[in-house]
Design a protein around this ligand. Structure first.
Ligand SMILES: C[S@@+](CC[C@H](N)C(=O)[O-])C[C@H]1O[C@@H](n2cnc3c(N)ncnc32)[C@H](O)[C@@H]1O
Length: 192
């Protein structure tokens, strides 16, 4: 256990450590705790699974995924910023289930297919079909930082959000969008 209690409101110790790194480096793009708890739940749903993350950042999302990681599961994450990757890697030193790659998100291709994929750096916008292709059958894709839209098709800044429509209507995915905060949503999709 890396927490002092099992309360759903508890922040895992590695998340706190990674948040400290983010503060130290002035990195402001870490996931919020509401997304983190979703990541933990998804990681825990695949106790022997291969879990991936594109865009490690300071390791906050990685640490949430890690907090749900089963004994037989593995977690691979990639970050192109060398300092972020180095600092985040130290958070998971000593746990052989975790690998922090330094470089472009396409490095993940050699580790796929994934049972859970938190796509939060490269791929989400620049090659969405390649993102879908990295999922195992039954694999779950999660992407945060969307702006909730009450209408269909969803709009962002007055324009149809074609990227969100791509994921939400993709034939190989069973997808939905959930609120993670009053002003923020996530797309969660399972590969058929
Ligand atoms: C939103 S932040 C990640 C936050 C982190 N996943 C978390 O939940 O705390 C996006 C990160 O993706 C990285 N990134 C952006 N494009 C990338 C690419 N093509 N390959 C690898 N990393 C990339 C950025 O350097 C940045 O650190």
């Amino acid at each position: 256990m890396d927490t002092v209690s099992t309360s759903s409101r508890e922040i895992p110790s590695r998340v706190t450590t990674a948040e400290g790194i983010a503060a130290d480096l002035g990195f402001g793009k870490s996931c919020i705790p509401e997304v983190g708890r979703l990541l933990r739940a998804l990681a825990a749903s695949k106790p022997d699974g291969l879990i991936a993350e594109s865009g490690t950042g300071a390791g906050v999302g990685t640490a949430w995924l890690h907090s749900g990681l089963g004994a037989g599961a593995r977690l691979v994450t990639v970050e192109r910023d060398e300092e972020l990757a180095r600092r985040a890697s130290a958070v998971f030193a000593g746990d052989p289930r975790v690998e922090v790659l330094t470089g472009d998100w396409r490095l993940l291709e050699q580790h796929a297919p994934f049972d859970v994929f938190f796509c939060d750096g490269g791929g989400k916008r620049d090659d969405p079909q390649a993102v879908v292709d990295l999922l195992a059958p039954g694999g779950v894709l999660v992407m945060d930082d969307f702006t909730p839209s009450p209408e269909w098709p969803p709009r962002f800044e007055g324009e149809v959000d074609e990227l969100r429509v791509f994921y939400l209507t993709h034939g190989a995915l069973a997808a939905t969008e959930i609120l993670t905060a009053p002003t923020s949503s996530a797309v969660v999709a399972t590969r058929r």
